[in-house]
Structures are given as structure tokens and as C-alpha cells.
Design a protein around this ligand. Structure first.
Ligand code: HEC
Length: 188
């Protein structure tokens, strides 16, 4: 009995530190595994943006920005109020090349414009001092892919590029000026 018990005790004594070390090793693996997981998610997000696919996360973020910042005028349906607030559904400035939409949201829009056959002559404020590049990218991606619209997503990098180009401009755009902006996506 004695002879049998001793080796068992010794065995446990040796196994415990080993087991502990092994567990620590596994923990380390698990953490780096999780980090890699996030990196993969982030990379897939960037790649899908580059491929022109719309990420669900950006749509969700954009919906939040829309509901808190834009919906009061452009309405839950994106249809606006005829003659007062233009619709975002089916509007050329919203769903064409994203350079025009980004410019409008950064600096605002003022003056006579006809959207889907209805004339408007109002003022929309600039949002550049209110919303970050991330938020503008998200809300525009949302608008360009909601209300029946289907257009390329907008990345924060594209917004930043236009923001830098417009750094010295303080006045809103007129619709005529927007027509002069190439109807194309901002190049990466
Ligand atoms: C206080 C009301 C108001 C709010 C809030 C508002 N807009 Fe506007 N928006 C307008 C008006 C008015 C116009 C048209 C200006 C004109 O007549 O020249 C406009 C025009 C636009 C246009 C061009 C529309 C087109 O079809 O030609 C876009 C794009 C747009 N808004 C996006 C946004 C986004 C994005 C937000 C939220 C960040 C927002 N708006 C918040 C009032 C508003």
C-alpha cells in the first residue's frame, strides 16, 4: 500500500505544475486566436468595401445616423416632403457616383434643384463639423442602399479624401456646382 501511494503522490506533484503550464499555453493560444479572428473580420470588411459589397455593420451604423440626424427632414421612407425636403429614394445625387453625395453631405446644399420632377429651393446645412468620416460613410452607404437605391458603399477613406479637398470651402454647394462634379466614385 505504502509503496503504491508514494508514486501516485509524486506523480500528482509533477503533473500539477506541468498541467498549469499547459493551461497557460492554451490560454495564450486562445487570446491570439481571438485577436486573429478580429483581424480577419476587419480585413473581410475592408476587402468587401473594396469589392463594392455593402457590409451589414456599416448599414446598421448608417441607419442609426440616419434616424438621429437626417430622418426628421428626409422622412423614415426616404421620400422627403414634396416641395420642401427632397427624396433620397431614387435621387440622382444620392445614388450616382459617390463623390457628389459626399460633397453634398460635407458642405451642404442650397438653391433651386429639381429632384424626380419636383422643384425644391431650400437649404441643407453642412454636416462636416457634426459628423465624422466614419459616420458620413455609414449614413451614405445606408442611403445609397435603402429606399430602393442600389449603389456602391462609401468608405471613411473616400470621405476623408473629399473632406481634405474641401478644407478651404465654407459655403454650401449649389445644385449647379454639384452638376459640375464628375458623377463618379472617389478613387481610393
Ligand atoms: C433640416 C432638414 C434636413 C436635414 C436634417 C437633412 N437634410 Fe438633406 N436636404 C435638406 C434639403 C432642404 C435639401 C435640398 C436643398 C436644396 O433645395 O437645394 C437636402 C438635400 C439633400 C441631398 C441631395 C438630395 C437630392 O436628392 O438631390 C442629400 C444627399 C441629403 N440631403 C442628405 C442628407 C443626409 C445624409 C442627412 C443627414 C446627415 C440630411 N440630408 C439631413 C434638408 C435636410
Amino acid at each position: 500500500m505504502h509503496g503504491k501511494r508514494n508514486p501516485t503522490t509524486q506523480c500528482v506533484g509533477i503533473e500539477a505544475p506541468l498541467g498549469h503550464r499547459r493551461l497557460t499555453g492554451l490560454n495564450g493560444l486562445w487570446f491570439s486566436g481571438q485577436t486573429w479572428g478580429w483581424l480577419v473580420v476587419a480585413t473581410l470588411g475592408l476587402v468587401s468595401a473594396a469589392w463594392g459589397q455593402v457590409s451589414p455593420q456599416q448599414m446598421e451604423e448608417g441607419k442609426k445616423v440616419y434616424e438621429t440626424t437626417c430622418m426628421v427632414c428626409h422622412q423614415p421612407t426616404g421620400m422627403g416632403i414634396p416641395g420642401v425636403y427632397p427624396p433620397l429614394a431614387g435621387g440622382d445625387f444620392v445614388a450616382g457616383g459617390n463623390r457628389r453625395a459626399i460633397s453634398i453631405v460635407l458642405n451642404g446644399l442650397q438653391g433651386a434643384v429639381t429632384v424626380k420632377g419636383v422643384p425644391y429651393n431650400g437649404v441643407m446645412q453642412a454636416w462636416k463639423a457634426v459628423l465624422t468620416d466614419d459616420k458620413i460613410a455609414a449614413v451614405l452607404t445606408y442611403e445609397r442602399n435603402s429606399f430602393g437605391n442600389k449603389a456602391s458603399p462609401v468608405t471613411p477613406e473616400q470621405v476623408k479624401k473629399v473632406r481634405d479637398e474641401l478644407a478651404n470651402r465654407t459655403t454650401p454647394f449649389t445644385p449647379a456646382e454639384i452638376e459640375q462634379i464628375p458623377n463618379e466614385d472617389v478613387k481610393p
